[in-house]
Design a protein around this ligand. Structure first.
Ligand code: C2O
Ligand code: CU
Length: 489
């Protein structure tokens, strides 16, 4: 990639008096950052896995329907890996698809160089290429992995997998199931509708009408009557926010984004649901009725409720346990709130005029280089404004949204001034969700937090070394501007 001396952002919104976060071409600013090198030789893998992205076919419109060409790792839709807590995983990504890709392990706290963000942490992996990730799996929980390039295209066609880090200290459940929720944008013949449309990208997102769980319209699961079922539910859709609710049994939220929290009865949450944006995961403990009646799970957000799973009784437990079955307390760096530096970021909608005035024309060769190297779209609809990192000149690299100190604590407020909710994700960290201005969230650790229109959510974390992106996980929003990065040295 050649950028000339200064580099240039297609998102040069700086003239408008606000600094919009965008990933920068880092070559010029990179040299000064003394990052303690991760000692590869000291990393002794205990597990090794090769993940090859490739095409396959799946009948998403039912067993009698046409097949859809999807993307998957190793020919398995939503390939699921299970690793023990403390594992040292060597994951070899092989790019078997026809365009550049990378592999990102969402939510895993890891050395920055294995984070999978093209340009920022590694080069794009070209078709036929490979990249080796070395991942310490210290945090137990439900995680996932996905590409970090052309995500609306690649993840939109199904490229994602599940990483479960098992903890031998967990209570014993009588059943366990993994549920991957994802919609597809399909025509009747099984081929794709455009995965993104301007009207969606600039608003709530472009929704798929074919709703699936584990690639099927719904699933029938088993658990013993009177027993406890652990459900790991992943929203791996590109766009859709879901209100997960349970009918017919008692349910507790026991983990969010993999991390344990003191169990919260689902019925005690506002509306009796947990609202979950793209990339968010929950673990539920569901106690099956003793009389053998079924339990159903649904997304209650739309008027048209989507019932995606039924748990039917199979057998019966000998000694019923009351519950909830709490997971061991999350062992994560605890932010020091008193000493913490406070920062605030505002999620904004770009005005049409700002887009017209300042976006590079898509046929501009520099715009093309940026789009190719950073895997972003050619249009800007969104931004992250930072009061604390204003301006620059139009031709400067957009600075990181914040420069932070390794090991220091930060309280980061995320304010949503747009009319749409945004699930905001920070790479490489688990942050503590401290409070919501709408008072709707229990305190918990997470890697992604949904911020409602008009809401301000306060998060806190201990900064880990590296260059970490911070973005909306509605993939179209991310690709049209709602992304920035933090530099931690
Ligand atoms: Cu799921 Cu930038 O990540
Ligand atoms: Cu968004």
């Amino acid at each position: 990639m050649t950028t000339g001396g200064a580099g240039l952002s297609r998102r040069a919104f700086l003239g408008a008096g606000v600094a919009f976060g965008g990933m920068a071409l880092l070559a010029p600013s990179r040299t000064g950052a003394a990052r303690a090198p991760f000692d590869v030789s000291a990393f002794k893998p205990t597990q090794e896995v090769t993940l090859t992205a490739g095409e396959m076919e799946l009948k998403l419109l039912g067993p009698e329907g046409p097949a859809t060409p999807i993307l998957a790792y190793d020919g398995t839709p939503f390939r699921t890996l299970r690793m023990p807590r403390g594992a040292r995983l060597k994951a070899i990504f092989v790019n078997g698809i026809k365009e550049g890709s990378t592999l990102h392990f969402h939510g895993i706290r890891m050395p920055n160089e294995f984070d999978g963000v093209p340009t920022l942490t590694q080069p794009l992996v070209q078709p036929g290429g490979r990249f080796v990730h070395l991942l310490p799996l210290d945090d137990p929980g439900t995680f996932f992995f996905h590409p970090h390039c052309d995500e609306t295209g690649q993840a939109g066609k199904g490229l994602a997998g599940v990483l479960i880090v098992e903890d031998s200290r967990d209570p014993t459940f009588d059943a366990e199931h993994v549920l991957c929720l994802k919609d597809w944008r399909l025509k009747e013949d099984g081929s794709y509708l455009p995965l993104s449309e301007p009207d969606g990208a600039s608003k709530a997102g472009t929704f798929g009408a074919t709703r699936t769980v584990n690639g099927a319209a719904s699933v029938e699961l088993k658990a013993p009557a009177g027993g406890h079922a652990r459900l790991r539910i992943l929203n791996i859709d590109s766009t859709r926010i879901m209100d997960i609710g349970v009918e017919g049994g008692e349910a507790w939220l026991i983990a969010v984004d993999g991390h344990a929290l003191p169990p919260v009865r689902l019925d005690d949450l506002p509306d009796g649901i947990w609202r979950m944006g793209p990339a968010q995961r929950i673990d539920l403990d569901i106690r099956m009725p003793a009389d053998g009646s079924p339990v159903t799970l649904g997304d209650y957000r739309a008027a048209d409720i989507y019932h995606f799973a039924t748990l039917t009784a199979a057998g019966k437990v000998g000694k019923p346990r009351k519950g909830p079955l709490a997971l061991p307390k999350a062992e994560l760096p605890k932010p020091a709130l008193k000493q913490a530096t406070r920062l605030s970021f505002t999620l904004q909608q770009a005005t049409d005029q700002a887009v017209k005035d300042l976006a590079l024309p898509p046929d501009d060769p520099l715009a093309k280089a940026l789009i190719d190297s950073l895997c972003v779209g050619s249009t800007t609809y969104w931004g992250i404004q930072s009061e604390s990192w204003p301006t620059g000149t139009r031709r400067n690299l957009p600075p990181p949204l914040a420069r932070m100190e390794e090991g220091a604590s930060y309280v980061v407020e995320i304010k949503n001034e747009t009319r749409f909710p945004h699930p905001v994700h920070l790479h490489g960290h688990a942050f503590e969700v401290m409070s919501s201005s709408l008072g709707r969230l229990p305190r918990h650790f997470a890697d992604t937090v949904l911020v409602q229109p008009g809401e301000a959510v306060e998060t806190a974390f201990v900064a880990a070394r590296g260059d970490w992106v911070f973005h909306c996980h509605i993939l179209e929003h991310m690709e049209t501007g709602m992304m920035g990065w933090f530099r931690v040295v």
